[in-house]
Design a protein around this ligand. Structure first.
Ligand code: SF4
Length: 162
């Protein structure tokens, strides 16, 4: 079988950072986000007919801020992925996380759909610089979320521009 890597984009954020050049839209309503997740899942399922020759060895859910999604929305995405593709035993499954988002419950739900790596960004350890960049979190939130991720079993945390 051929190896396949999947990238899923979640184009929503709490607020637009001052330096951001990514495709992301702040402050979208629940209905918009839900409709996007449903469309994404439908697209994944539509690809399943062509996925038979492939073994997924990497999944990356980036953004935007994927951890703005709810547990139920991640459960939908996980179901669509697992219904549509075959996965390598050692598949790396990453989700990007903004330190201002997520919760112990959400991180546990990520583990349940197979996420084994989180990429969380910290642009500075100085509050004034974070504020100047327009980030929605401070240094304390980063460490709190870092601890919550570790408690949920994520011990492979990577650096990320978001
Ligand atoms: S969190 Fe990342 S994607 Fe969202 S606005 Fe900030 S830099 Fe852009």
């Amino acid at each position: 079988m051929k190896a396949l890597g999947l990238y899923l984009h979640i184009p929503f954020c709490v607020k637009k950072c001052n330096y951001c050049d990514f495709c992301s839209f702040p402050g979208q309503g629940r209905e918009v986000v839900e409709a996007y997740v449903d469309r994404l899942c439908a697209d994944l399922k539509a690809k399943s007919e062509r996925a038979g020759d492939y073994l997924v060895d990497s999944v990356y859910i980036g953004g935007g801020t994927p951890t703005i999604l709810t547990q139920a929305q991640f459960a939908k995405i996980g179901e669509a992925l697992h219904d549509s593709f075959s996965f390598a035993d050692d598949c790396e499954f990453t989700v990007e996380c903004n330190p201002a988002t997520g919760s112990p419950e959400l991180f546990k739900a990520l583990r349940e759909i197979g996420v084994n790596r989180v990429s969380m960004g910290l642009q500075s350890i100085h509050e004034k610089e974070l504020s100047a960049l327009g980030r929605v979190h401070g240094v304390k939130e980063f460490y709190r979320t870092f601890d919550e991720l570790q408690s949920a079993g994520f011990t492979n945390l990577g650096a990320d521009p978001c």
